[in-house]
Write a protein that binds this ligand. Sequence first.
Ligand SMILES: O=C(O)CCC(=O)C(=O)O
Length: 300
Amino acid sequence: MGEVAAREYTDPVVAASTGTDWRGLITPEVREQYRRDGVIFLRQALHPEWLLLIELGLQRILSNSAQTKHKFFQGESGEFIETVRNFEHSFELQRLMYDSPIADMMSVLLGSERIWLYSDEFFLKEGLGKRTPWHQDMPYWPLEGEQIASMWISLDPLPREQCLEMIPGSHRTTRYDGFSPRDVSVDPTLPYYGEDLPPLPNIEAERDKWNITAFDIEPGDVILLHPGVLHGGGWTPEGGRRRTITIRCYGEDVVYAKRPASRPTVPLTPGLSLQLKPGEPLRSAWYPQLRPLPAHQIAR
Ligand SMILES: O=C(O)CCC(=O)C(=O)O
């Protein structure tokens, strides 16, 4: 297998809410598109108050020395910050996960009454910022299942070339090895695990061979993507600003799966492999339940 055949998939449904009421957005057509393409785009799905909460959470994370700030392309022009699993470090993000409609949207989209948080991740590009390399997320995560989605949210307006870029339908074709964060400026196809998965193709070098999808983004718009979809993040120019968070949730059919021991999973979850056997439902204190809302989170 190589490329996903160009134009094999239709353009993702663009659903637009009026007055940031998300309820009318996730129609049966949108759900079917997510199942088929692994990508949907919802315009004005999040109220500005939720974006403010994300912004406050980001500020807390950046000033918190206990939270590790990873640098992609460290020491090079265009380096940028990524921080993963910020939930425990920010009560703003905790409120966002429990109180905002994000978990409700996940529940309707995935068709799962129960929803858990897998992880959250900020990508912060201020000034000149390189592209986030093409990859799939599944090889790095210790799980399998259909009821899973990442919501990508930008705090800043972005033209489509700076947006998240995705290849619809690629979650249903080949699963590739990950890129190696340390060697990425040398060769994006160098393997991460180097075991049974084929190396990533150099998508950036052959962009016209791939069916790449992206959107012009306004704050409040969200993208939902399956973590098996090939995706990469747009660059920022001098003076540019691109503050994004990705929130990753899953439903009832997701089970624990082993990944090669040669590399840690993202994020790290020490002890998980001792608690769960492959194929068991992914239930662990690492992954808080968001829906139904736990009793201690209900305002009384
Ligand atoms: O926004 C980006 O630059 C990359 C995002 C990404 O890779 C992800 O959310 O999985």
